[in-house]
Every structure is written in structure tokens, then in C-alpha cells.
Design a protein around this ligand. Structure first.
Ligand code: PLP
Length: 362
């Protein structure tokens, strides 16, 4: 007997998507780090990204990189969240390269790298206006670059990078990426050598690349979503890449109640299970189903897209998701399984939930 809910992961589709994206990037002399944080670092998926042409595997969580290392996948590992002070030892032990924006973090990395007798690589982060991580002026960047290059003998300054469309919703454009490329040249002149990596962001840089607006000097991207869950590209970016398959993750949940009920709640309306005020459109009495899956598993039920296009997700509490099935052709029965595509946040939550069973499809 299968146990639900199940998150089905199609590793072959992830492999194919990786091939498409790394191929496209290769045409533009761009190398790709495959980012695995969106699916909790599931090892066979990371392996598929490597086989599909990613030259590094990256995650924000050192625990996930540790798993990849343990699985003996032969690929450089990149920590993409600037490290915490208390994880530096693990960072040096379980990864090969990380993103850095603080002088003190560089010193700590040096200490640990020396202790562990390792040469450890770093990428300095430069903020182009999205206002998440990164130093804010090119002089400060140069100072960190010179500090690493001249004073920290166990660290290798591998390159510089930036992050966009995260906190500040800033799009990658020719202008801001050109600024990154200019800053890279500025640093290269001062240190007297070329940098290996100029990392121009993540998935959201792909549409800019397709339009031909990524400057030549950018030679690296850190891509998760664009390989593992490509539904957002057409949805938010009006961008379609030929050959990408959006059906990589399918979440399956079981019907535990079928009913006909009013669409507008009855009584004095206050707040829902999460303390939010909701709006309920009165559409009269309609057929609905409850599936045993909740916001605890997916974060937010509005990030679920039913495969049966006639189903409408009405909402969810922690453990129950309510579906309008009035317009469905199929006559759903108690115990039937409903399939959903998951947008990025729902993929993130469901892959991390121990209550959601994972099934790898080859
Ligand atoms: C999450 C993350 C990425 C990857 O983002 P995607 O949108 O999944 O491609 C790249 N770089 C950093 C620093 C990140 O935190």
C-alpha cells in the first residue's frame, strides 16, 4: 500500500532540464552551479544535475552539502548562503567554495582552512541593488579581494558574484550586470590576474541571457529553479526555454471527505486557522473534496496547481486542503488521489516535510 501524501520526483526530467540549461549557458561560455536547496538536497536529484552538466553543486545549507559529499558524488560543493560564524568548521570540511561578504568571515575561514590543512575557495559578493547580501561599494570589494589575495594563504579568491531578484525584486539587466563585469575588471587590474568566476545570479538571469543582454565577462550562474521547477519562468518571467519539462515534482494527496456544501461560511466571520481574514465568494452550494495535505506540508496551498484543471484550490489549514470539484468531469470517490504541480515554495516545503513520502521516478 502506498502511503500518502507522496512527492514524486522525476530525476530523468531533472537530468534533461539540466542538460538544456547547461547547454544554453555553454553557448554563452557560462558554467552552471546546480542549486539543490529547493528540494531539500535529495541526493539522486543532485546527481542528475551533475550528470546533466552542472560543474558544481550548491546549497544554502551545509547539511545538504554534507549529504552530497557522503554520497561520494564527485563534484565541487558550493555554500551559497554567506556562512554563520558557528558553522565555519563544517563549511571548510564539507564544501569547497562559498560566498562571502564579511572581512571577519574571511579570517575565520582562513583559520579553519589552515587548521584542516586545506586550500579553500571563496567568491566575494557584490550588491547591485537587490539589497540582500554583498558589499556595497567597489572599494570595499577591492579591500576584501586584496585581503584574501595577499594575507590569507589558505584561501583562494576564485571570483566575485552577485544576487538579484531575491529581497529587492530587482531584475538582472544589461546595466547592472555590466556593473558587475566592470567591477570584476577593476579587481582583476588591482590584483594583477584574472578571476576564475564572475557569477551573475540565478535562474532569473536566464531570460536576460536569452535576450542577449548578459555581458561577455559573466561566466557563471547558480541555477536551481530553472532546472528543477521551471513553471515560474513562463508564469513570472514571460520566458519559455525550449525543452524544459515542468513536471519534475508531482505531489499526490488522498481524498478524505467528499461533500456538497455552501461556498460561504455560516455564522459570524472572524479569522481563519492562521489568524488571517479571508474573503469567501458566495457561489451557492458546490461539490468539494478534502485531501489529507495541509499548509504544514506545502507552506501555502495557493502554491499548488491541480493537474485536473477543473479543480480549484479553495484553501487549507495545517492538515486539510479544500478543493472545489463541482466542474470536474471525473467522478471523484473517497480515497482517490489528487495530483498537483507544485510551485517553488510548495516544492521547498513538501520536500522537507517528513510527513510527505518521497518517491524517486527514473
Ligand atoms: C537560492 C539561490 C540561488 C538559486 O536561485 P534559483 O532561483 O533557484 O536559481 C543562487 N544564488 C543564491 C545566493 C541563492 O541563495
Amino acid at each position: 500500500m502506498e502511503r500518502y501524501p507522496i512527492l514524486e520526483v522525476n530525476v530523468n526530467k531533472i537530468y534533461n532540464n539540466a542538460k538544456v540549461v547547461t547547454g544554453l549557458c555553454k553557448e554563452n561560455n557560462i558554467k552552471v552551479a546546480g542549486i539543490i536547496k529547493g528540494f531539500g538536497g535529495i541526493v539522486p536529484c543532485a546527481d542528475a544535475m551533475v550528470k546533466g552538466g552542472c560543474v558544481q553543486i550548491g546549497s544554502s545549507r551545509i547539511e545538504q552539502l554534507k549529504q552530497i559529499k557522503k554520497a561520494e558524488i564527485d563534484i565541487p560543493l558550493m555554500l551559497i548562503r554567506i556562512p554563520m560564524k558557528n558553522e565555519i568548521k563544517d563549511v571548510v570540511k564539507y564544501s569547497d567554495i562559498c560566498l562571502v561578504s564579511e572581512r571577519n568571515t574571511l579570517s575565520e575561514l582562513q583559520k579553519q582552512a589552515k587548521k584542516q590543512n586545506k586550500l579553500y575557495k571563496i567568491i566575494l559578493m557584490y550588491d547591485l541593488g537587490d539589497l540582500r547580501e554583498g558589499v556595497f561599494s567597489k572599494d570595499e570589494l577591492l579591500e576584501l579581494a586584496l585581503y584574501t589575495e595577499l594575507e590569507l594563504s589558505n584561501l583562494i579568491l576564485e571570483g566575485i558574484g552577485t544576487n538579484l531578484t531575491c529581497y529587492g525584486s530587482i531584475a538582472p539587466t544589461y546595466e547592472n550586470l555590466k556593473e558587475l563585469s566592470d567591477v570584476a575588471e577593476f579587481v582583476e587590474q588591482r590584483i594583477g590576474r584574472k578571476l576564475e568566476i564572475i557569477s551573475g545570479g540565478g535562474t532569473t538571469t536566464l531570460p536576460t541571457l536569452l535576450q542577449g543582454f548578459v555581458p561577455e565577462k559573466i561566466n557563471h550562474l547558480r541555477i536551481g529553479e530553472g532546472i528543477i521547477n521551471t513553471q515560474d519562468l513562463p508564469l513570472y518571467w514571460n520566458s519559455n526555454i525550449d525543452g524544459l519539462d515542468a513536471d519534475t515534482f508531482i505531489l499526490k494527496a488522498q481524498i478524505v471527505e467528499l461533500n456538497k456544501k455552501p461556498t460561504h461560511p455560516i455564522g459570524k466571520i472572524v479569522v481563519n486557522a492562521f489568524g488571517e481574514t479571508s474573503f469567501y465568494e458566495d457561489k451557492g452550494i458546490r461539490k468539494r473534496a478534502i485531501v489529507a495535505l495541509g499548509n504544514q506540508d506545502v507552506g501555502d496551498s495557493s502554491k499548488l496547481i491541480p493537474k485536473d484543471k477543473s479543480i480549484n484550490v479553495l484553501g487549507a489549514s495545517s492538515d486539510h486542503t479544500i478543493l472545489d470539484i463541482e466542474d470536474c468531469e471525473k467522478d471523484y470517490k473517497l480515497g482517490d488521489i489528487i495530483e498537483f504541480n507544485v510551485l517553488y515554495p510548495a516544492m521547498l516545503f513538501s520536500s522537507l516535510s517528513e510527513y510527505v513520502h518521497k518517491k524517486i521516478i527514473k
